[in-house]
Structure formats: structure tokens, C-alpha cells
Design a protein around this ligand. Structure first.
Ligand code: NFE
Length: 503
């Protein structure tokens, strides 16, 4: 039977997944990005300093990553580098955004695929937030308006957690996590100017100062967020993992793993990063350095004029709604499908000889849970990878605050050349993000973005190879073919953002 899962909720943007199910097993899956956007066209002919502002509008969740990728690309085109303070401030803005985003994915978007929210109806305690939630859900049900109790009800049927205390504890943390996310966003805004779209991110650094009062305010917020990550977020991931161990082996994508590297540790964006860049082939330790020239995009099944694999500098964008099944293009790395995101980032760093710190922390979890590194390529593996990344990032941000030198410059001077080109690489929370820009006569002649969800929700390529999410769904057993709670768990583990994917 054929079952459409769209519009898939609890993600950003417009995703449909068309599945074919036989004997309760998904035998085919197609991810459809359902809306065209066209940011790359909007940028053509504009002044390059518009780019780090306009590209942030691709998304309200990961805007700083777009602003930074654009700034890095412009730095390369202008042949400048940021002063040490400027690079650190860029990292501080982006890092707090990662923490917010991981908590959002787990509590608001994914956890209620496992938690039984109806447990709140049995709540008899004194917590004001939970009493409020209970009475709100009760009132909706009493009015026959269960459909209005979104995002909790209605829901798909399935094997939700049975223990009432665990369910109610998780719902409490769902509410607390909202407050902690606000604190992360406040921290970003201290140096970014505001959330979601930062005014201060700029090629060559950051226009905010490295003032002591700002640094202390930032640290205080990140310390609170870090405490929540250690005391609540990681234990909640472990609790779900202990109840659903099968999900360490469910939802694996079939391609390789790609990371663009995150947080330059010196002023040079091409130098060492906290999380390294690279490509790792599935189930092997075969690694390759990240090479922008190995990236192509193709449109065999996308709603654009047909073309085979194109390098970024040559990339075209001619919409054709009569073709294909998705507005997402099909990016490939050296011709291979690649998963990006928290699991891919850890898998790449784990195999990188210089990333001993990441490897040590990841090894600790793998040993404790009796897992292999490639089991991070799973539903639980992606959630654990976000949790591990959150601890590493929070620690790094606090250390980085100590490396700022108050009073020293945060911006490099620059002169915009008439011609030039540059690549900007970073890891958005959802994975590898690449911006390419080329200048002619001092304006943007060409702009290309290759975005995390473009990789993960890629349609088939010209060789009919499915994208990562498609391949993770094919072979999945579903208890109810019509509802497919299991598919939703797989999809949410990738944390798709369709606004970004199509851009
Ligand atoms: Ni719109 Fe984004 C992240 C980027 S994902 S959220 O993370 O870039 O495609």
C-alpha cells in the first residue's frame, strides 16, 4: 500500500514523505521538499555585504550558521581574516545557537514521539506548570477539541512510554527546556545583537565589542544551559534509550558521513577546528579531507531543468515544476550519498587523528552503552550525538570566553575587490553548510548554498540512489502502515528543516 506522511509536523517547513509498505515493511520512500524559495537568485546582482544578512533569512532556526558561512566565504573572497576576538565572538554566537537547537529538537520536536502525553491527565502533584498543562489538555478534551491540544493531541497510535512518573517528568522538562532555550538565545543575542537574525555577524569578525560585562553575562547564561544539559537533557536521552534500545539499530542511512568542521580555534578559519571536517565512508575508517570541489548537485528527480552532477561554481537554478518529485536538489560528495548532522560530525571527528578530545568523550559513551561508532547512525545515535555535542560545545564556549581580550579589536578592515570568489564552510546544528560566492564588478554574480537538509532529505540521484533519510526509512518495520509512528521517529532524528533544504 502507498501512504503519504505529509505534511510532516514538528519540523521546520514543508516535507512530505511518500512511502510504499508491504507486509508492514517500508519498501520505498521518497522525500519531497514541497516549496520553492530562490535565495540564490535573490542574491544575484546585489552588494556582497547584503549576503550575510539576506542568507540569515533562509531560516529562523539556524540563521547564524548562514550568516557565518556567508562571512567566511566573503573573507576568502576579500582575502582577509578576523582578529582573534572577532573569531571567538562569531563562535560564541553560533555555539549558543547550537545548544538552543539541540534542546528544541529533543524536547519539542522528538520526545513526544515516545512520551505518553495523556499521562498528564493523571497528575495530582503541586507543580504549577504541570497543573496548568493538565487543566489545559483536560479543557480541550472536555470541549471535544482534542485536535486543538496541539502539539500534544491528536497523535499517532503506538508504543508510548507506560511509566507515569517518567512521562510526567519528561513533560515537566519539556516546559523547562523552553526557558533554557530562551537563555541560549539571550546568550547569542548578547554578541549577535538579536535573535534570530544577528546584526553583528560580519566578514572579518563581529561588530560587537568584547566587553567584560557582556562576557560575564554570556558566561552566566551558558553555565545555566550547561547545567541543564548535564543534569536533565543527557539523562532524558538515556532514559528514552533504556526504554527503546531497538532504536540503536533503527533509522540508519546507507551512505557516508560528511562534516564541514565547527568552531575555528584560531583566527584563521581554515585552521584547526573543535570538530574537524572530512568525509568517512560507512562502516570503514576510510576518511578523506573535506574538498569543496568534490561536491556536486544534480536534478534527475528535482523540479529544475535537468542536469547531471554540477560543481558549485557552475551550478544552475532553473525551476521546472513539471519535473521530478522534490524542490530539493541531490547533493553528492565524490558521487556518494552523505549523511550530515550531529552523528556525522562525531563520526568524522572520531576518525580524525587530531580530535583526541572529541574521541575521548565519544568513546566514554560508546563503552558505557556497548555501542560501535557507526551505531550513532541510528535514531538514538542522532539524539545521543546531539547530547554529546551539547556538552562539548558548552565546555568550549566557557573556555572561549576566557580567551577574549577585552578592548582589543573584533573586526578586520576590508576592501571589497571587483572580482573574487570564496567558499564558506561551517556546521549548522543539522550538519555541513557550504556557501559559495563569486563577485564581478563588485557585485554578486553567483551565490550557491549547499545546506544540511539538502543532503539529508535529498531525492534520488541520476543513478537512482536514495538520499540519507529515504534510505533510513526503506526497510523499516511499521506496526501500523497507515500511521507509521516509527517513521516519524526516524524523520525527527534527522531534524529536517525544509526552509533550509530548498532555500
Ligand atoms: Ni533551517 Fe539549517 C541547520 C542550515 S538545516 S535549520 O541546522 O543550514 O538545513
Amino acid at each position: 500500500m502507498k501512504v503519504e506522511l505529509g505534511p510532516v509536523t514538528r519540523l521546520e517547513g514543508h516535507l512530505n514523505v511518500k512511502t510504499t509498505v508491504e507486509n508492514k515493511v517500508i519498501v520505498d520512500a521518497k522525500c519531497e521538499g514541497e516549496m520553492f524559495r530562490g535565495f540564490e537568485r535573490i542574491l544575484q546582482g546585489r552588494h556582497p555585504l547584503d549576503a550575510q544578512q539576506i542568507t540569515q533569512r533562509i531560516c529562523g532556526i539556524c540563521p547564524y550558521a548562514h550568516g557565518l558561512a556567508s562571512s567566511y566565504a566573503q573573507e576568502e573572497a576579500y582575502r582577509i581574516t578576523a582578529p582573534a576576538n572577532g573569531r571567538i565572538l562569531q563562535n560564541l554566537i553560533q555555539g549558543a545557537n547550537h545548544l538552543y537547537d539541540y534542546l528544541l529538537n529533543f524536547y519539542q520536536l522528538s520526545a513526544i514521539d515516545f512520551i505518553d502525553v495523556t499521562a498528564i491527565l493523571k497528575y495530582t502533584g503541586k507543580d504549577r506548570d504541570l497543573i496548568h498543562l493538565r487543566d489545559w489538555v483536560k479543557a480541550k478534551l472536555a470541549n471535544g477539541k482534542a485536535h486543538a491540544a496541539a502539539p500534544f493531541l491528536p497523535r499517532l497510535s503506538g508504543d508510548y512510554v507506560e511509566n507515569t512518573d517518567i512521562n510526567i517528568g519528561a513533560l515537566k522538562n519539556y516546559l523547562v527546556a523552553l526557558d533554557i532555550q530562551r537563555k541560549s538565545n539571550q546568550a547569542s543575542a548578547i554578541f549577535g545583537g538579536k535573535f534570530p537574525h544577528a546584526t553583528s555577524i560580519f566578514p572579518g569578525g563581529c561588530t560587537q565589542e568584547a566587553r567584560i560585562d557582556l562576557i560575564l553575562a554570556y558566561k552566566a547564561l551558558i553555565e545555566e544551559v550547561r547545567a541543564f544539559i548535564l543534569d536533565t537533557y543527557l539523562p532524558d536521552i538515556m532514559a528514552i534509550a533504556s526504554l527503546y534500545p531497538a532504536y540503536w539499530n533503527i533509522g540508519a542511512s546507507k551512505g557516508g558521513f560528511l562534516s564541514a568542521g565547527l568552531f575555528p580555534l584560531g583566527a584563521d578559519q581554515d585552521g584547526k577546528r573543535l570538530f574537524s571536517s572530512g568525509y568517512v565512508a560507512n562502516q570503514t575508517a576510510a576518511t578523506a579531507p573535506f574538498d569543496c570541489n568534490a561536491i556536486t548537485e544534480e536534478t534527475a528527480h528535482s523540479r529544475y531543468a535537468p542536469h547531471g552532477p554540477e560543481k558549485l561554481a557552475a551550478g544552475t537554478l532553473v525551476p521546472d515544476p513539471s519535473r521530478g518529485y522534490s524542490w530539493i536538489k541531490a547533493p553528492r560528495y565524490a558521487g556518494q550519498v552523505a549523511e550530515v548532522g550531529p552523528a556525522a560530525r562525531l563520526i568524522v571527528s572520531y576518525h580524525h587523528p587530531e580530535d583526541q578530545r572529541v574521541r575521548g568523550v565519544v568513546d566514554g559513551y560508546l563503552k558505557k552503552l556497548n555501542l560501535t561508532i557507526f551505531q550513532l547512525n541510528s535514531v538514538l545515535g542522532r539524539h545521543l550525538s546531539r547530547g554529546i555535542s551539547a556538552t562539548l560545545i558548552a565546555d568550549y564556549l566557557l573556555e572561549a570566553c576566557e580567551q577574549l581580550t577585552p578592548g582589543q579589536p573584533t573586526m578586520a578592515a576590508h576592501k571589497i575587490p571587483a572580482t573574487g570568489e570564496g567558499f564558506g564552510l561551517t556546521e549548522a546544528s543539522r550538519g555541513a553548510l557550504l556557501h559559495y560566492l563569486r563577485l564581478r564588478n563588485g557585485v554578486i554574480e553567483k551565490y550557491e548554498c549547499v545546506v544540511p537538509t539538502t543532503w539529508n532529505c535529498s531525492p534520488r540521484d541520476g543513478k537512482e540512489v536514495p538520499g540519507p533519510l529515504e534510505s533510513a526509512l526503506i526497510g523499516l518495520h511499521v506496526a501500523s502502515p497507515e500511521e507509521q509512528l516509527e517513521s516519524l521517529r526516524v524523520i525527527h532524528s534527522f531534524d529536517p528543516c525544509l526552509a533550509c533544504a530548498v532555500h
